[in-house]
Design a protein around this ligand. Structure first.
Ligand code: C2E
Ligand code: MG
Ligand code: MG
Ligand code: MG
Length: 283
């Protein structure tokens, strides 16, 4: 098809572009519905201490299983929600649900809960702080059980408000993690300039690492550098025994991935936690 624009030039577009636009429109409407019908869920993926094999944390991952459209990946709806502004509402849902679940789980095991925040949510730092405060207060979850995951893009183009907020959270005891480390503008200065406790090595580095010598070197170097700066390291996308052995050898602190467990709905995660619970020694 051909479309004429105002300057007498022709712009070509094909059906796939039309379909993309239609899909975005459909998703937009359905996402609003999903939010007001309360069908957005949070699933939980355990994070393990590689040395002790204990669950130390859970990452909260958003799930949208639409009545009409079926399962929609967060890789698709999060970027959309960042554009249409729904991300702020989704953020509130994640904080509320995850803090309440984590607070309940403390009596089974004192795990941390990691919640993802996109850079767009930091455009309104005051609102974001209020949401986090509200999540902690209403659930009773101690601040030092909460871990906030942000990506490097937040740091690349940050405002003073962002620095103030991160410092404020850190002072309250909230942990800060750089997610997807190595995929953005990984300036090493970020690690010193901002009060991060942890970095997560992106899954893409592990995928073919058993056959990829440069990636092995890179992962080893990231872990060594983090150690030198007193920053803990989580590897995401741990899928094989080979991965865990390699990471242990490089003294990576934590691992998360299908080798251990996929993200689970709250009730199944709770079962996993109960089974993994270390029996208290009788004094
Ligand atoms: P992320 O924060 O980097 O989350 C890790 C992703 O890797 C998750 O995908 C998880 O299911 C997947 N994963 C974990 N272990 C493995 C593995 O061993 N193999 C493979 N192939 N994948 C693994 P998911 O749940 O589809 O989430 C995708 C992204 O969507 C997240 O990446 C995060 O950036 C975003 N996201 C998810 N939930 C939220 C949320 O509540 N708020 C915000 N702002 N973003 C979210
Ligand atoms: Mg994450
Ligand atoms: Mg990640
Ligand atoms: Mg990732």
């Amino acid at each position: 098809r051909v479309k004429q624009d105002g300057r007498n030039a022709y712009l070509f577009y094909d059906d796939s572009m039309l379909t993309d636009t239609q899909r975005a429109l459909d998703l937009d409407g359905r996402l609003r519905q999903a939010i007001s019908n309360n069908i957005i869920e949070i699933h939980y993926q355990p994070i393990f201490d590689l040395e002790t094999n204990q669950i130390v944390a859970a990452e909260a991952l958003m799930r949208w299983n639409d009545d009409k459209l079926g399962f929609i990946s967060p890789e698709e709806f999060i970027p959309l929600a960042e554009k249409n502004g729904l991300i702020h509402k989704l953020g509130e849902i994640a904080i509320t649900q995850a803090c309440h679940q984590a607070a309940r789980w403390q009596s089974i095991m004192p795990i941390k809960i990691s919640i993802n925040f996109s850079s767009v949510q930091f455009r309104y730092c005051e609102k974001l702080l209020a949401q986090i405060q509200q999540g902690l207060e209403s659930s009773g979850l101690p601040a030092n059980r909460l871990d906030i995951e942000v990506t490097e893009s937040l740091l690349f183009n940050h405002t003073q408000d962002v620095i103030t907020l991160l410092n404020n959270l850190r002072k309250q005891g909230v942990e800060l993690t750089i997610d997807d480390f190595g995929t953005g503008y990984s300036a090493l200065s970020y690690l010193q300039k901002f009060p991060f406790d942890k970095l997560k090595i992106d899954r893409s580095f592990l995928i073919d690492i058993d056959q990829n010598e440069p990636n092995r070197e890179l992962v080893g170097a990231i872990i060594a550098m983090a150690k030198a700066l007193n920053i803990h390291v989580v590897a995401e996308g741990v899928e094989t025994r080979w991965h865990t052995d390699f990471l242990l050898e490089k003294e990576c602190d934590y691992g998360q991935g299908y080798y251990f467990s996929k993200p689970l709905p709250a009730d199944l995660f709770e079962q996993l936690l109960s089974k993994a619970r270390v029996p208290q020694s009788v004094a």
